[in-house]
Ligand binder design. Sequence first.
Ligand code: HMG
Ligand code: MG
Length: 304
Amino acid sequence: MTDTVRIVEVGPRDGLQNEKTPVGVADRIAFVEALVAAGLTTVEVGAFVSPKAVPQMQGSGEVLRASLKLPGEFHVLVPNEKGYEAARAAGAKVVAVFASASEGFSRANINCSVAESIERFKPVIARAQADNVKVRGYVSCVLGCPFDGQVPVQAVVDAATTLWDLGCYEISLGDTIGVGTPKKVRELLRACAEAIPMQSLAMHFHDTYGQALANLYAGLEEGARVIDSAAGGLGGCPYAPGATGNVATEDVIYMLEGMDVAMGVDMDKLIAATNSVAALLGRPPVSRVASAINAKSGKTVLRS
Ligand code: HMG
Ligand code: MG
């Protein structure tokens, strides 16, 4: 467990895409700057999706342009070639495509079947390869779907393998609605690792049922070393009813440092970044570590 663990901070994208009150471009840029200042080196900063589908992500071009002036690697979501072109126009060097392991969520989220979504991603990935742009692949609903219920492990393996074979450098396994438990996470990672190297699998766990840290620990024991998390535990998907935020970056860092995994993140600066966004959103962070440290330092961010 003492190997390096890599964090992909998804707060500015997954965290803010679901907020009722959209956070403006200047505040999103300030959030990214604060996260980088805290020591996070890989940040997903926006999404080039339909503004009708997710108005919160409008202005992602400006956010990405500003982010690219900072040290680090900055990711953006793209659902199709139109999104890819907009991302490239803003200078994207890493894009993420997102498929679902379940048909119900695919239809709700991106208005097409899983197979159709893969067809849409093929030209995106081909163009990215020609442009020297890295492509990350998400698979959603890996441990359950808000529409279809149980999702067979094989459906996840099939979607993940397809994206991997198309050329994605890493596959992020999304427990979109946070229903997974450690046993299922272990089974899933073992099955996926038969086709994709474990070091190229990322764990993207929402914390709806409070299992995300336990699930990550199980995944670490299986050998997975990439974790997607969101500062403050922000997040959710507008097309996944009932889903709450990603596992909180503070909580992940606290756990890993407690396991002697050096993360190079300044916790006080990270919590300051989280508190700034909490103030904008008008509610305290759900991160337990942020709440504990705020309480200890006598800070009242906002009462729920
Ligand atoms: P559609 O309606 O089927 O697409 O939407 P369309 O091609 O028919 O286009 C409809 C309109 O959208 C047109 O505009 C297009 O120009 C426009 P109109 O003529 O009506 O004015 N359009 C776009 N505009 C900007 N950027 C684009 C784009 N593409 C089309 N790229 C589409 C299909 C995929 C576009 C839509 O459903 C969409 O944008 N969905 C995004 C949903 C989304 O962002 N969900 C959240 C992210 S996924 C997630 O959170 C899960 C994850 O975190 C992992 C996990 O937790 O599991 C990644
Ligand atoms: Mg997510």
